[in-house]
Structure formats: structure tokens, C-alpha cells
Design a binder for this molecule. Sequence first.
Ligand SMILES: C[S@@+](CC[C@H](N)C(=O)[O-])C[C@H]1O[C@@H](n2cnc3c(N)ncnc32)[C@H](O)[C@@H]1O
Length: 344
Amino acid sequence: MAACLYDAEGGFFTAGPLRSEEAGDFLTSPEVSRWFGRIIARHVAAERERLGWPEGFAVAEVGAGSGSLLEGLRAALGDDAPDLWAADVSPAARERLAAIVGSDRVVAGLEELPDEIVGVVIANELIDNLPASLAVRTSSGWEERWVGQGEAGDLALVAAPARPEVAAWADAYAPGTPNGGLVEVQLAAARWLTAALERLAAGTLLVVDYGGTAEELAPRRTRGTLRTYRAHHLGPDPLLAPGATDVTVDVNFTAMAAVAEAAVAGAAAGAAAGAGVELLRQDDYLARWGLRDVVAELRRRELELAKGDQAMARLAVRAERTDAETLLHPRGLGDFRVLVATVG
Ligand SMILES: C[S@@+](CC[C@H](N)C(=O)[O-])C[C@H]1O[C@@H](n2cnc3c(N)ncnc32)[C@H](O)[C@@H]1O
């Protein structure tokens, strides 16, 4: 996964064009509707208020892609917009991001952001890409599958003994996996989450992605969730076109919440009022910050415009409303998960 996605010369993200837009390979929530960033702006404003408008309050998005989330957020906050930072491994994305937040605020990854952030760190559809190990349940425990050479000299998955940390993770977060079942062990995502929370002196880490709790993922363990995407469709087997497709897994949010709980509990400022970890569905998170009211208001405007002779304006509002509703679709983007970890 690391080579396929991040190789300097052939990685899907590092060497290709911008991926997260209509002309690219997948559409994300902020690409579907600007209301995604605008609604998160309300959470950001509340967090700034909770912290008492601290000096240097900032928002940093990691894996910021085209910057559509940050644009929506900044537009909503207007003159009160905080310092914005954007991180992305993709040079094509960084070029776009520089035009939005300024080149001195664009970096390649989490580790290049300021050491002590006071504010909000956001990752939308990032940690599903962080390289996972594959563990297979056997009658006596776990085995790993590594990428090796098949009989015809092609790439193939080969059996390897399970490393203790891989087996321990699979035991903890994939209980009940049937014999032969596949588990993606997300140690890199866990490390990323810990590192992000270490960087957050006070504020909130917001991680949004597809996946579910360990229990919800259990039925998918027979075949696992590792898959590829290309040009808005499911792509081929990950070993067939390395570097030419997105490689991704469903995020195990039970594991991520446990990591976040441990990091928040360990943070010096972790015990402050308002600190803690919450796991929500995206539809519930966006509704909490008012998106259903926005949709109702857009519908009201639509009806009003329908009364007059304003067909084009009505169609524009209608498009805005249906895009905003897409963010809430209970079996689509609304089923994504939002991990909210607050410290300080
Ligand atoms: C699915 S896109 C999401 C883009 C954006 N967050 C959005 O919601 O539209 C994932 C983005 O994360 C970037 N990315 C992937 N792995 C990364 C990493 N380890 N560090 C920083 N950026 C990464 C990719 O280049 C890509 O732009």
C-alpha cells in the first residue's frame, strides 16, 4: 500500500494528478457540497469559543486534496477565519492548496505541521489509505499475507507468520473472525492518530472516513475490505495495477476510538472540561451542527422561487439542496463515521 500510494515516482497520490475531484478518481463530501466545510466551520467556531479565543488558533487539514473543505470553512467564517494550514502528499494537491491558503501554509504531511497546534485538525478520507497489514484467521491464531512473488513471477499474496503486534490488534479489534477470514490491521492509522493528538496542544481532532465499529465490520471479515478505486469505480485486484489505483480499507473505528481515548487520557490537558472522545455517524454529526435546518431552509426558498418566474434560480437552490442532502444519505455519505477527539 505504501509503495502503491506514496512511491515518489509511481505512487497513486505522489506521482499523479489531483485525485479527489470530479475529473479525478473519487468524490468526497466537500467535493459534493460546500456545506460540508461550512457546517464544520460551526464546530470550529464553537471550539474557538470553548478555548476562549486563544492566540494562534488554527485549523489544519491533513490530506486536504483540492482544498474544497477549507474553502467552505473559510467562506463560512468570513473575517473570523483562523489561520489555515493544509497538508497533502500529492504535489498536484499542494499546488492547488497553495492558491487557497498560501504556499507558506502548505506542507506534505502531519509531521511538517507546527509542533503545538491550538485549534482543529481535520482528516477527511485520509486514514483509510494508511498502509494496513493483512491478517488471516487460522485454526491456531493468525497468519499474515505479505506481497511476494507468485509461481509465474507475478505479484501474489504469500503467507508469513503473524508479528505479535499484528496478532494482538486482530485479537482485540476483530473478534469472532471466522477461519480463513481477513482482517486489515490498521497500525499505521493508529500511529497517525496518536501523532496528530500529540501535536494538538488544545482543541479537536476530527477524523471522518468510511468504515464502522468492530462489530459492524464483523460480517465483512470473510473477504475483508481491502479494495481499489479508479475513475469513480471499484478498481481491479490491488496487485494487478500497482500505482494506478487508490488502495483503501474500511476504517475500524472501535480501534481508532480506543487509540484516541488513550491519547486524550494521556494528554496533560486531557482532563479539561469538554475533553473526550466521541464517535458519531456523519449524518448525526452534520445534523448536530444544523445541516438539516439548512436543508429545510433551502427547500423553503425553492418553494418560494417556484411561486415566481425564477426557474433558473430555483434550479440552483434545488441543486444546492440535493447536494447537501447527499451528505446526509443514511446508506451513503451519512453512514461515514466522525471521530471527535478533544483535548485541553
Ligand atoms: C480521498 S482524498 C481526500 C481529499 C480531501 N480531504 C477531501 O475530502 O476532498 C485523500 C487525500 O489525502 C492525501 N493523502 C493520502 N495519504 C496521505 C498522507 N499520508 N499524508 C498526507 N496526505 C495524504 C491524498 O493525496 C489525497 O489528496
